[in-house]
Design a protein around this ligand. Structure first.
Ligand code: ADP
Ligand code: NI
Length: 222
């Protein structure tokens, strides 16, 4: 790297803040900043390379196919990283991190992840659970006019990414179909520890929710 890592990270931060201005309900710079906080907390214990973790977190959503034209976004990102002096080898490592964090990819078989990929993955997943996870789920559901809950529409297991993305189920189902599954899909011991606390919080929320509804709740999918 021609420049020092701190200055490179500043450039990347600015690039990402600009890209994330245009995206959807669940993905914005606030999400990126929260994931950064989670990643730093995890990495205190996991001890991955600090630059790769921070740059990986900052960039983890800027080529997401759900938000952008993936190949155009990746092309633009490579040009930007070269411009600010990041070497090709480092660019490949960063793209490896970015491409390993998508939830969808977990339906397509488990890859062997590097330590930094694991830390970024877990930091991103943590932002989908706990109090923030609940807020994001209802925010997302509301933004596409989903029902909150329907006793007649039980949660289901999806066989692939397409089926998962095409679902129009009420928002409560998303807890069973994704959020409650995440604690067992964490890749680092620290990530798992942090996810368990947030998991318990979501179970408490669901109990209270059903209690107030006067409904028998759904059972967890395993
Ligand atoms: P990522 O790939 O960053 O984990 P997603 O695009 O899958 O994110 O989701 C972004 C946010 O929106 C997450 O908090 C996720 O739980 C929430 N979300 C995604 N799909 C649904 C859904 N069907 N119902 C409610 N919340 C959802
Ligand atoms: Ni994310």
């Amino acid at each position: 790297m021609k420049d020092n890592p701190t200055s490179i990270l500043k450039h990347i931060h600015k690039y990402v803040a600009d890209k994330m201005k245009v995206v959807d309900a669940g993905h914005n710079m606030s999400h990126v900043e929260r994931v950064l906080k989670n990643a730093k907390q995890i990495n205190q214990f996991e001890k991955g390379d600090a630059f790769l973790v921070e740059a990986g977190v900052l960039l983890h959503d800027v080529t997401d196919e759900k938000l952008f034209d993936k190949s155009a976004a990746e092309h633009e990102l490579k040009i930007f990283l070269r411009q600010i002096g990041v070497e090709d080898k480092m660019i490949d490592l960063l793209l490896g991190i970015i491409n390993s964090v998508s939830f969808g990819s977990e339906f397509d078989g488990v890859n062997q992840l590097t330590l930094e990929q694991k830390v970024v993955h877990d930091a991103d997943r943590l932002d989908a659970v706990g109090a923030i996870g609940i807020a994001r789920a209802f925010h997302y559901g509301g933004s596409i006019n989903r029902q909150i809950f329907d006793a007649a529409v039980p949660p289901k297991k999806y066989r692939n990414t397409q089926e998962y993305r095409n679902s129009t189920a009420p928002t409560i189902n998303h807890f069973y179909e994704k959020l409650l599954l995440l604690k067992d899909r964490m890749e680092t011991p620290t990530g798992k520890f942090l996810a368990l606390q947030r998991h318990q919080y979501m179970l408490g929320f669901l109990n209270q929710f059903y209690d107030e509804m006067g409904e028998v709740g759904f059972s967890e999918l395993t």
